[in-house]
Design a binder for this molecule. Structure first.
Ligand code: KG4
Ligand code: ZN
Length: 363
């Protein structure tokens, strides 16, 4: 890197691990003492949700093709927003994994081609590290150390975070992720993909105590989660409800009944997430919690965590709601924070690879 300590650098970040194409620019400094946090200068996002909805879930091949179509126009949009040109970019970062192999290859390929053409270094970023560090883009960034609750469509993990790149896995889901539990339950209720946000909307109008659904591993000694049984319990419960109302389809039930089941399902997931997060804080003797990933946008999870943490004098930090789900800003931010912390150097090796499976604590 040609820039000196204290000089401003621009990091372009590209996210393409699943069904969102995201591009962002952050400005950062490398300083021998303590550099200020990187600042987001612009980001642009295209969600493929509408395209995948017809199939009830993400179709990997369609996802890859759409990333190809979107990524360069989004990059142009971001450069315009930040009023700069490609020549101003100092480092090109991309999501290296985990995620869909074909989708990752699009972001990696474009990032490496851009960097090679500009003769600038590249840096591959861990998608979950992006989520984990995304609260540093908020108005109330956390400080280290903290417990991170990572709740996305593919992962549910509790980590102890002592600094950038210093992650210890404390517990994780042994089967479905929390986002999957939301989405699969929502599908049973006839909601479109991804059902999590729609289920949450209905839940806001329902009674969370209407139906007694299981809270798996709630009282286990460890910090692991298990959500696979919940969808079966939701299925059994909804069959009972349909029989009692004498109707065949969930949509034919009164709206209040649908909302009650949604609220009870959400409560079962949120209860477990909240209890295990508090347990992790107490086990590690820490008083700061960071929540990240798509399910971190859930209002019930936020209000329950806020209330429980306030009672105990703990701080809880979230990304901005629009940066909870996948985006390029978190990838540019994670790259910038890795460079600042000296955890990683960007390089000019443009022969990229991607890591569809990649544990975060292996970083
Ligand atoms: O982090 P993310 O965008 O993608 C992955 O990396 O997996 O998370 C997507 C997940 C989906 O399962 C989606 O249903 C869930 O986050 N989600 C929500 C909400 N918003 C997104 N789940 C519950 N309530 C929400 N408000
Ligand atoms: Zn994600």
């Amino acid at each position: 890197m040609v820039k000196r300590f204290g000089e401003k650098m621009w990091v372009l970040g590209i996210e393409s691990s699943c069904d969102e194409t995201g591009v962002a620019l952050v400005e950062m400094q490398i300083h021998p003492d303590s550099a200020p946090l990187p600042v987001l200068k612009g980001h642009a996002l295209h969600s493929q949700i509408a395209m995948h909805q017809a199939y009830g879930g993400v179709v990997p091949e369609l996802a890859s093709r759409d990333h190809i179509r979107r990524v360069l126009p989004l990059a142009r949009q971001v450069l315009e927003l930040a009023a700069c040109s490609l020549d101003d970019v100092d480092v090109v970062a991309y999501t290296r994994g985990p995620g869909l192999a074909g989708a990752l290859l699009v972001g990696a390929g474009v990032a490496c081609a851009l960097a090679a053409a500009l003769d600038k270094p590249v840096l591959g970023v861990h998608h979950l590290e992006g989520h984990l560090l995304s609260p540093f883009l908020s108005d109330s960034p956390p400080s280290f150390p903290f417990i991170a609750l990572l709740v996305s469509g593919g992962h549910t993990q509790l980590m102890r975070v002592d600094g950038v790149g210093r992650y210890k896995l404390l517990g994780e889901s042994i089967d479905d992720a929390a986002g999957e539990a939301f989405d699969k339950s929502a599908k049973l209720m006839g909601l479109a993909y991804p059902g999590g946000p729609l289920l949450a909307k209905m839940a806001a109008h329902g009674n969370p105590r209407a139906y007694d659904l299981p809270r798996p591993l709630l009282h286990s000694d460890n910090l692991d989660f298990s959500f696979a049984g919940l969808k079966t319990a939701v299925l059994v419960q909804s069959q009972k409800i349909l029989a009692s109302w004498g109707v065949a389809a969930f949509e034919a039930l009164p709206e209040s009944v649908q909302c009650d089941l949604a609220a009870s399902t959400q409560a079962a997931i949120v209860d477990v997430l909240v209890k295990k997060s508090l347990k992790a804080l107490s086990n590690e003797n820490l008083n700061r919690l960071v929540v990240a990933g798509g399910v971190g946008a859930n209002a019930a999870l936020r209000s329950q965590l806020n209330a429980e943490c306030a009672k105990r004098g703990f701080q809880v930090h979230y990304p901005e709601v629009h940066l909870c789900t996948d985006n390029g800003a978190m990838i540019a931010m994670a790259a910038a924070m890795r460079l600042q912390s000296g955890q990683q150097k960007a390089n000019r090796e443009y022969a990229f690879d991607v890591k569809p499976r990649w544990p975060l604590d292996a970083l």
